[in-house]
Every structure is written in C-alpha cells, then in structure tokens.
Design a protein around this ligand. Structure first.
Ligand code: NDP
Length: 287
C-alpha cells in the first residue's frame, strides 16, 4: 500500500489491531510502554520503536489503542509537536465527552483526528462481525477506510468526535440489561433444578426472535404515538406475575422491578392503555 502506520499500545486489543495491519501488508511500526509486547509482532514483520516519539515520527498515520483517556493524554501531550501535520486514529475506549475533549486537543495541535469505538473482542478483529464505530474527521475516515476495513466492519457517524463513543455506550447499555435479564431468568428456574446451560438453550432462540420487535418499537417511538402498533397495553404487562414468581422462587427482584417502575410511572401519569414503547418516556424524564 505504501502507507506506513504506527500503533501505540500493544495490549490485547492493540496487538490484534497491529497484527491485522501487518497481515494486510502495511509497513507497521509498533510501540508499547512496557517491553516485550512487541516481540510477536516483530516476528511477523512489524518494526519496534524504542519510544512513543520514535513511533510517531515513523508514520504519517498514528493509531492509539491505550487503556483510557488519561493514558492517551499521558502518551501524546509531550508529543504534540511531533504529531502536528499527522493523522491520529484513537480507538481507546473513552466517554463521548472525553472523545470531544481529545478531538479539541488534536485540533489545537494541528492533528487530523478520528475517534473509534471497538464493538469486538480481540480474537474477532479481522472478521466482518467485528464492528468498529468512528466519528470525527470524515476525510480521515474516507482516506483510510481500506485500512480500517482490515479490522472488521467500519461505520462512520459524523464530525462530532463523541458520536462513536455515544453509540458504543448505548449499544453496551442494551447488552448489559439484556444479560442481566438472561441471568435473572436463569436464577428463577435454578431452584426448579434447571441448569443455567439448559436455560441458555431456551433463552438464545427466544431472545434472538424478540430482537425482531426492535423495529416495531422504534417505529412507535419515532412516530410519537404510543397508542398505535398493536402492542399489549402497559396495564396488561405480566410484570406483576414475574415479580411474584421471582419472590416465590426466593430470588431477588431488582432486575424486573426496575422495568416495572418504568411502567408504573407511565400508568400513574394516565398512559396505562398505551403500549410498552411508552416506557421510553420514563427513561427520557428521570423520576
Ligand atoms: P490491555 O489492558 O490489554 O492493554 C492496555 C494497554 O494500554 C497496554 O498496552 C498498556 O501498556 C497501555 N497503557 C496503559 N496505561 C498507559 C499509560 N499511562 N501510558 C502508556 N501506555 C499505557 O487493554 P486492551 O488492549 O484490551 O484495551 C485497549 C483499549 O481497547 C481499551 O480502551 C479498551 O477499552 C479497548 N477495547 C478493548 C476490548 C477488549 O475486548 N480487549 C474491546 C473493546 C475495546 P503496558 O503494557 O505498558 O501496561
């Protein structure tokens, strides 16, 4: 490709990203704070830089995969002169506000900046199921898209550098609450002698099928009229039964009670006849 790229941060994720670039034929320079982590990559054909400054000077394109926002500042603050005129793609996990803060730092230093959020674990890197979300410079995204596509499916959300992180965290919010729901179900059936593995075998096809309801809920939310969509009304949801059955099994009720509180606030506000999508109003306006 003729493009030289430097990767700073060779933890589990940084190593996977750098390995994909080497495999993809990019001349790759790597650097890690503590020694030893570059050895495998050097054996594959990467070049090791002795310092972060050397790594930055080696390439027009610099990729950061460090621990967090603070470590990104720690590494790059002393290198703003070296970075000026170069491109930085930062795939370190940060909050939207931290991404915007670092984008402003980069703009001040004369650095073209793209922020990334990785929706994958290291062994998925290089497969289409690995999804990486980007925001910040559209020019950088367009120019380096063939390189980014070596890591998985690349999506761009806009010039606001915080957007990728916002999407990343919103998707994780969905994941964590779903996982908690699955574990609640597993805890419910456990006293009946059902293993978590047996429950998982039922839950996987069920929850997979239920994701088919997202677009219907979304259409109601986007339309703003919660009386349409043929959903079961809030008053007839089964949450009461669910809470009682959980208590009867001797387990906690926090997971289900959380959903019931969101429902109850809408019933109390006079919306009990409306559909489940209505609870987004409880979420939008914290009680
Ligand atoms: P690791 O803990 O494996 O690696 C962290 C890396 O950051 C190491 O290279 C470490 O260097 C470096 N580092 C930490 N603090 C500093 C510092 N102050 N100065 C210089 N370098 C520092 O983490 P991962 O590789 O797994 O994760 C890297 C990023 O990727 C994180 O932001 C993470 O959230 C994100 N990510 C990871 C995923 C995963 O499944 N692993 C999934 C999605 C995103 P040293 O070796 O010297 O300690």
């Amino acid at each position: 490709s003729g493009i030289r790229v430097s990767v700073l941060g060779l933890g589990a994720m940084g190593s996977a990203l750098a390995g994909a670039l080497v495999k993809g034929g990019y001349a790759t320079t790597v650097w890690n704070r503590s020694a030893g982590k570059a050895d495998d990559l050097v054996a594959q054909g990467a070049e090791a830089a002795a310092t972060a400054g050397d790594a930055v000077r080696a390439s027009q394109l610099v990729i950061a995969c460090l621990l967090d926002h603070a470590s990104v500042h720690e590494v790059f603050d002393p290198l703003s002169d070296e970075l000026a005129g170069r491109t930085l793609i930062n795939v370190t996990t940060t909050s939207p506000e931290q991404s915007r803060e670092f984008a402003a730092w980069a703009a001040g230093a004369g650095v073209a900046y793209l922020d990334g959020g990785i929706m994958a674990v290291p062994h998925m890197i290089g497969q289409p199921e690995s999804s990486i979300l980007y925001s910040g410079s559209a020019d950088v995204f367009e120019r380096y898209k063939p390189l980014l596509d070596l890591w998985g499916t690349s999506s761009y959300f806009g010039e606001d550098a915080g957007l990728a992180s916002l999407y990343d965290l919103a998707l994780l919010a969905g994941m964590y609450v779903m996982f908690a729901g699955f574990l609640h179900g597993a805890a419910m059936v456990a006293p009946a002698g059902v293993t978590a593995g047996e429950f998982a075998a039922r839950a996987t096809p069920w929850l997979t099928a239920m994701t088919g309801a997202f677009q219907g809920l979304a259409a109601v939310v986007d339309g703003g009229d919660y009386t349409v969509g043929g959903q079961q009304s809030l008053e007839f949801s089964h949450l009461g039964d669910l809470l009682a059955a959980s208590s009867d099994q001797g387990i906690g009720t926090e997971v289900v009670a959380m959903v019931q509180r969101l429902i109850q606030r809408q019933i109390d506000a006079g919306h009990g006849e409306e559909g489940f999508a209505r609870i987004i109003e409880s979420i939008r306006q914290p009680g």
